[in-house]
Design a protein around this ligand. Structure first.
Ligand code: ADP
Length: 658
């Protein structure tokens, strides 16, 4: 942690205490690097001993060599001094090597653990969490933990040991001068305290102003921000606002420089005064003959070596607190319980003739596809408190949450037959997306069961479940990477030909082929801009590569021109053929193709049947059809509103028709 990090640490540790529980949790990390720690301690002892011993050799050079005129003693002791300096250099090198090993090892462990753990968090965690806050917290705190631990490891023992040994040597040489020197110590500590407090305040202001300026630059310098500034002709005002902030920062930092310099001057003066005091008092004693010349020189040298440890001692408690707080904040994330856990005896979903655990062979879906059954499912979204940390919440102001959020799905039952298309339609907010989330266990039902091929999804391993189900969501997210990498994500071992075949089947190959670098074009948020329809088709190609027996699809609602609509329609047909599909349908064409339509409203299935049956029944579906679908040309056009109804195909009429 740089100085800013330490300051931040100090801010966050106000009122913090070192808790035994946290320390005990840190110990396993320490145990894994115990050899490095032992070596570090040994090197520290050697180094501290040399710090205290070398002034004693100085004394001997003067008193036993120079003053009596013994050249042999002078040469011998000087060689000895050089030897000690070399040993000390080696010890210091070992110290930094060991603390590097320990610190970086710790960072590695915490980072990998946290990454793995965060990945296991339920989807709800990510919908609640501000990614920036999570990432920066983990960066700052993991680094904070490392810095504090390495500082403590290398400093605490060394500081205490050096203090004891140096003071011991001083008392051994002259207790009178030692006491006089000790009397001066408060004069050093008091200004350091007072000015330190001011510097801390300045540091906090600097950080706040820096953060303000940073976020202003971030906002104004991204594409949309820059566009807004230009279109409203506000460049002048923006510059003025920025200058005002920069000016405040300049003033605060200038003040900081002055205070820092002042502290340096005070300490320099005090050092000179103390040295003068020791020389004065020691000089008198030497003239009186009670003190040898060499002893006096050794005393002054020892005194100089006392200041460092004394300064460190005053900051050590803070460093220790920073370490503990950093660890606690990392542990807080590690303590988040994954809501979705695999049962210890979870089985693998085996579909006759299809090994779902095996990805190497492209699978033909078809007769092997399992069916999906919802039986009396009740579900509500978990409370924020159960899935996230307040400090990572995406809204800084938390709305006071009712203890019991409303039920989103209530006593919901249906059967999506194997290999058939089940369409889910219904008004926006009815719970269609929620239904599709329960199948791959992005969430678990609060009561009732979700079955896939006659297995309760909670009895299956998450891996086999996710190998079985392919999901294409509305936003069809692509990573900032090449098209090839985005496609291979579904099946890393797929060869080029398979990628091309999948793209052809998803009717996106011509588009990809025409991109500047073909399959190697970088796409995603900051890469080549693909249209919504193109992204959907790449996502479909990715699904085709995975070739899962079960497909969950949220059709895009964005308005697509009729050509891409027709292309998507054909691509969809290829993707869904022979698979058990649950589709939140926004297109009349999909709904018509559905083997079964489920009409969802307020978390229940109100009607089910085929398009013709439901229209004939003249219920909710026929209303929906009139308002949402009828305007779509018979076999094309999408729904223009983002809140269009959606469909999942299921065969058996639901048990709770309205
Ligand atoms: P649909 O897909 O039919 O439009 P959803 O299943 O997305 O409906 O949403 C159903 C209800 O659940 C809505 O009232 C919505 O506000 C709520 N909801 C959706 N996602 C979450 C979430 N992550 N946390 C809390 N409530 C949610």
């Amino acid at each position: 942690m740089g100085p800013a990090g330490i300051r931040r640490g100090e801010d966050s540790i106000k009122g913090a205490r070192i808790k035994g529980r946290t320390v005990r949790r840190i110990l396993p990390y320490a145990r894994r690097v115990r050899w490095q720690v032992a070596l570090l301690l040994a090197a520290t002892v050697v180094s501290a001993a040399i710090t205290a011993a070398s002034p004693l050799i100085l004394k001997m050079i003067i008193d036993d060599g120079i003053l009596p005129g013994d050249r042999g003693v002078v040469v011998g002791l000087c060689l000895g001094l050089t030897g000690l300096a070399l040993v000390d250099a080696l010890a210091v090198y070992l110290q930094s090597w060991c603390s590097g090993q320990v610190g970086e090892g710790l960072v590695y462990e915490l980072r990998t653990k946290v990454f793995e753990h965060v990945q296991q968090q339920p989807l709800a965690f990510f919908t609640r969490t501000q990614t920036g806050a999570l990432v920066s917290r983990l960066n700052t705190d993991v680094m904070g933990a490392r810095q504090a631990v390495t500082t403590l490891l290398s400093q605490s023992v060394s500081t205490v040991l050096t203090l004891i040994l140096v003071l011991g040597a001083m008392f051994f040489l002259s207790w009178q001068i030692t006491i006089a020197a000790l009397v001066m110590i408060p004069f050093f500590l008091i200004p350091a305290r007072l000015i330190g407090r001011k510097m801390k305040k300045i540091a906090r202001q600097t950080m706040e102003l820096n953060a303000e300026m940073g976020s202003m630059m971030n906002e104004r310098f991204n594409v949309s921000g820059a566009l807004l500034v230009k279109l409203y002709g506000r460049t002048q005002e923006e510059s003025e606002q920025f200058a005002a902030k920069a000016g405040r920062l300049r003033d605060v930092e200038a003040k900081g420089v002055v205070w820092g310099r002042l502290l340096f001057i005070i300490v320099s003066v005090l050092t000179t005064v103390t040295t003068a005091l020791v020389y004065g008092l020691g000089g008198m004693l030497t003239i009186d003959g009670t003190l040898q010349m060499g002893t006096l020189v050794a005393m002054v040298t020892l005194l100089m070596r006392l200041y460092g440890p004394i300064n460190q001692l005053s900051s050590m408690h803070t460093t220790a607190l920073i370490a503990v707080v950093s660890f606690e904040r990392v542990f807080e994330v590690l303590d988040l319980e994954p809501l979705i856990v695999e049962r210890p005896n979870a089985g693998s979903l085996r579909i006759t003739g299809t090994d779902t655990g095996q990805r190497s062979e492209p699978r033909e879906a078809g007769a092997n596809a399992p069916d999906i059954k919802f039986d009396g499912v009740r579900f509500r979204y978990p409370n924020a408190a159960d899935v996230s940390l307040a400090s990572l919440e995406s809204t800084s102001k938390r709305t006071p949450e009712r203890d019991n959020a409303a039920w989103i799905l209530q006593d919901l039952s249906f059967h999506a037959p194997a290999g058939k298309l089940t369409a889910l339609v219904g008004p926006s907010g009815a719970g269609k997306t929620t239904i599709t989330h329960l199948v791959p266990r992005l969430y678990d039902a609060d009561s009732g069961t979700v079955r896939i091929g006659d297995h309760d999804v909670r009895d299956l391993t998450l891996q086999s479940l996710r190998d079985t189900i392919g999901v294409v969501t509305q936003d069809a997210h692509l990573f900032h990477d090449t098209v090839r990498a985005n496609l291979s994500y579904a099946r890393p071992e797929a060869v080029e030909e398979e990628l091309i075949d999948a793209c052809k089947a998803a009717l996106i190959w011509d588009t990809i082929n025409a991109l500047p670098d073909g399959l190697d074009t970088v796409v995603g948020d900051r890469g080549y801009r693909l249209s919504g329809g193109e992204k959907q088709r790449i996502a479909l190609a990715r699904l085709l590569l995975k070739a899962p027996p079960v497909v969950v699809l949220d059709e895009a609602t964005a308005h697509l021109d009729s050509e891409s609509e027709a292309a998507i329609q054909r691509a969809l047909k290829a993707a869904l053929a022979g698979r058990t599909s649950l589709v939140i349908a926004h297109r009349l064409s999909t709904i018509r193709e559905a083997d079964q339509i489920l009409v969802v409203e307020a978390g229940r299935i109100r009607e089910s049947g085929t398009h013709d049956e439901l229209l004939a029944a003249g219920g909710l579906y026929s209303d929906l059809y009139r308002t949402q679908f009828a305007h779509q040309a018979p076999d094309s056009a999408s729904i223009s509103s983002g809140s269009a109804p959606q469909l999942i195909a299921v065969e058996t009429p639901s048990s709770d028709r309205a």
